[in-house]
Design a protein around this ligand. Structure first.
Ligand SMILES: Cc1ncc(COP(=O)(O)O)c(C=O)c1O
Length: 386
């Protein structure tokens, strides 16, 4: 099947907006339809009641298994969380942070991530925001900011507004040399890059599913969280719910209510505070299978090839980038423009979909895009942005 047919949204649009929301493969759209039809039948009572949800429930284990394969982790290290931000809260508030410690991040962090970091001041920690220069923070900047009082180093693997890729291995070495943890927001990189998280030095990470993992628009999307196996049972979880606890019956009360002793489960489920929408996990599971079919190495290569064509074309036409030029340091592109909002609006009239972010136009093709679309984009961008 032609890629255009596999991704219906790209048929009539030059859709370079995956950093907002990924397009869905036709088979995933079908999976959503089938789930919705099955759910409606169940709720009408058409399928009867046998104590299960007619095959609609528990799509999470299968989805976790596929996700683990996408990121190079083992299933036991993957938890379902509502979204990236909840995952990051869960990780950061589980790790030990004490008065006098510091937490290091950058001023390029996604705003909600910055809020999670900043909240550590409540635990008495100092928060350090390394300043980016023209959208770039170098590994050497972490060497200066991290010290023996650093508890956590927090980075977005790919920067949200310009696609800057951090060198996680090098940063993890800096963090670990000071006994600090490396915590990563991978919303803009899971599904776009071929990397093995278990070998990357990352201690924990989380992502929402609606971008490169092609998990649907945010209202039906969900999240995954990774915690390295060494850490899963090391510290008590910060949050609790029925599904994170093991219960042991200890007596029957005089009123007839059974009394239980609750304690956090061992294993990754001790962090799964919500039951989660199975439709969202069924959706992203199907899309991730498409990524695996393509091969994450091929996905990454296709994206980077398109980005490089964009970078070359934009530089040749005299535009200034807010993204590194080198291919291994970016996964999407931001081109500076003082009226980026107007440019984005004008391009959308021709069915070219990009976003305006921090004084520039953010262009984020996925593997479903084509070189001809880069040509179409560049031609129109030169006219609109001149
Ligand atoms: C780096 C990054 N993290 C997280 C998010 C979204 O997080 P959430 O779905 O938890 O709101 C985004 C969305 O743009 C993002 O770019």
């Amino acid at each position: 099947m032609e890629l255009k047919e596999e991704f219906p949204l790209t048929k009539n649009l030059v859709y370079f907006n995956t950093a907002v929301m990924g397009c869905l493969p036709a088979s995933t759209i079908k999976a959503i339809e089938e789930y919705a039809v099955g759910l409606a039948a169940f709720l009408r009572g058409d399928t009867g009641w046998d104590g299960t949800l007619g095959g609609l429930e528990d799509r999470k284990p299968g989805s976790k298994k596929v996700f683990a394969e996408v990121i190079g982790a083992s299933e036991e290290e993957v938890a379902c969380v509502p979204n990236c931000t909840t995952g990051m809260n869960t990780i950061v508030n589980m790790l030990p942070v004490n008065r006098g410690d510091n937490v290091v991040t950058t001023d390029l962090a996604f705003p909600m991530g910055a809020v999670v970091v900043d909240s550590q001041r409540r635990r008495g920690a100092e928060t350090r925001f390394i300043k980016g220069r023209k959208g770039i923070v170098e590994t050497a900047d972490f060497e200066k900011a991290v010290d023996d009082n650093t508890a956590i180093v927090y980075v977005d693997h790919a920067g949200w507004f310009n696609g800057l890729l951090f060198d996680l291995k090098a940063i993890s070495e800096i963090a670990h040399d000071h006994d600090a943890f490396l915590v990563v927001d991978a919303t803009q990189s899971f599904g776009a890059l071929d990397w093995d998280i278990d070998r990357s030095g990352v201690d924990a990470a989380a992502a929402s599913t609606y971008k490169w993992l092609m998990g649907g628009i945010w209202s039906i999307s969900t999240g995954f969280m990774y915690i390295n196996k060494e850490l899963i049972d090391k510290y008590p979880p910060a949050y609790f719910s029925g599904s994170t606890m093991e219960k042991k019956q200890i007596s029957d009360s005089p009123q007839g209510y059974t009394q239980y002793e609750f304690r956090p489960r061992t294993g990754i489920r001790r962090f799964e505070i919500f039951r989660g929408p199975d439709i969202s996990y069924a959706t992203v599971e199907n899309s991730m299978k498409m990524l695996l079919k393509m091969g994450l190495g091929n996905v990454e290569k296709s994206i980077k090839r398109l980005d490089t064509l964009l970078v070359d074309g934009l530089l040749e036409s005299g535009f200034e980038l807010q993204t590194p030029v080198e291919e291994d340091r970016r996964i999407f592109v931001n081109v500076k423009h003082e009226n980026s909002g107007d440019v984005v609006k004008e391009l959308s009239k021709d069915g070219i979909i990009v976003s305006s972010r921090i004084g520039g136009v953010r262009i984020s093709p996925h593997y479903y895009n084509k070189e001809e679309e880069v040509e179409t984009f560049l031609e129109r961008f030169r006219e609109v942005a001149k």
